[in-house]
Design a protein around this ligand. Structure first.
Ligand SMILES: [Zn+2]
Length: 394
């Protein structure tokens, strides 16, 4: 999309290529369904199969207006359902992913975009102060990036190019091993709160492979929970924990395989991630589950972590608090360590869905889970709950 200083405001009823452009952007963000709303096609395939001239005939219909409103609400813009300069710019920023372009500090004209948010988040995860996570590549972002490059033995030029991207990606894997060099790099995380070195945590993204879980258009619970699990993994690893995911992006282990994996890993904690769906589009909110029969026998630590994780997530997202509940599901019963299932919202609820589609909000959920893990293992209170500490760890 271009950047004319005076652009025509697009609104309900307008037609043409500019409308098609906006719709493509909304689709790529998962806010506007393909065609009749049921086709699970990728935007590029959908466009390539359109008849000639279809783009010029694109209509700014009610579905488009609703999607624009959702986008505006989501990004904290004024919600009017029209695409003026500000909304147009925000749509443009939302389309960038890390790696799409070189990122560097330009005092004359700051680079803006969701790729900058990703970079800032990543630097913070690794313990570097890159300034506020605002999607604007400012002087503080450059300072944080240069510090990272210096520590990692890269040319400290403040430009995020291929070599830096490769290092950022490789680091994600190496951090899990807790190497001394990387523990130093996550020093500011350690200083900012209790560290998790020697803790082994299994994160279980629900569903996967042929099992998409709950779906909404092209958005699937399986994909969103894999993304969330990766974010949690990064934060926990940066805080010193050893983290394992129960599945790859396209795998779908059984409940028995997932619990056996956690048992074999001798994990200290098991966190399963799911979303919910309901016929009523009023159902919404965050719930958590721990092992228990509801009449006595239950996992004390599991219940404590279920409460901590739910409260931390609710506090950071403003989503509805649906409480913590004892369940006897295999996933909770077969694990030999405290196990909790966290249901992070309803994909069928319009607001929950929008929140979940926002990468920044998924980052906030991950941050909430990290805070809960830290509070569980190293509570700030002078008298930790019974069972958390043993004599040998004191
Ligand atoms: Zn599920």
């Amino acid at each position: 999309m271009g950047a004319d200083s005076r652009m025509q405001i697009l609104r309900l009823g307008d037609r043409g290529a500019a409308v098609a452009d906006v719709q493509t952007a909304l689709r790529s963000l998962g806010l506007l369904p393909e065609g009749d709303g049921t086709a699970a096609q990728r935007p590029l395939q959908a466009v390539s199969t359109l008849p000639d001239g279809a783009l010029d005939n694109a209509v700014f219909d009610e579905a488009t207006e609703l999607a624009v409103r959702h986008f505006q609400q989501n990004r904290g813009l004024s919600v009017d359902g029209r695409v003026g300069e500000e909304t147009y710019r925000a749509l443009n920023e939302a389309r960038w992913s890390l790696g799409d372009r070189l990122l560097r500090y330009d005092p004359e004209r700051a680079v803006r975009g969701d790729d900058v948010i990703n970079l800032q988040e990543r630097l913070h995860e690794l313990g570097y102060d890159a300034g506020p996570v605002d999607g604007i590549f400012g002087a503080e972002t450059e300072v944080g990036l240069r510090a990272f490059q210096r520590d990692y033995g890269l040319t400290s030029d403040g430009t995020c190019g291929p070599a830096t991207l490769r290092a950022l990606r490789q680091l994600g894997r190496k951090v899990t091993g807790g190497r001394p060099q990387l523990l130093r790099q996550s020093a500011s995380f350690v200083e900012s709160g209790p560290h998790l070195i020697s803790r082994r945590i299994v994160v279980d993204p629900g569903h996967g492979g042929s099992d998409a879980g709950a779906t909404s258009g092209v958005t699937t619970e399986a994909d969103l929970m894999f993304d969330l699990a990766s974010r949690i993994e990064g934060r926990l690893a940066a805080a010193g924990a050893t983290v394992y995911l129960t599945r790859g992006r396209n795998q779908n282990p059984t409940a028995a395989e997932r619990t056996a994996f956690a048992n074999d890993a001798r994990a200290d904690l098991f966190v399963s991630l799911h979303l919910d769906a309901h016929d009523s589009d009023h159902a919404r909110g965050v719930a958590s589950y721990y092992y228990g029969t509801g009449s006595g026998a239950s996992s004390t630590v599991g219940e404590e972590f279920a409460n901590l994780a739910r409260r931390e997530v609710v506090a950071r997202t403003g989503m509805l608090d649906l409480g913590s509940h004892p369940k006897t599901w295999d996933l909770l019963r077969m694990t030999r360590m405290p196990a909790v299932r966290l249901d992070c919202g309803y994909l069928t609820h319009p607001v929950d869905r929008l929140l979940l589609l926002d990468a920044r909000l998924r980052g906030s959920i991950a941050q909430g889970v990290l805070a809960a893990v830290q509070r569980l293992f190293l509570p700030a209170e002078a008298d930790p709950p019974t069972g958390t500490f043993t004599l040998s760890t004191m």
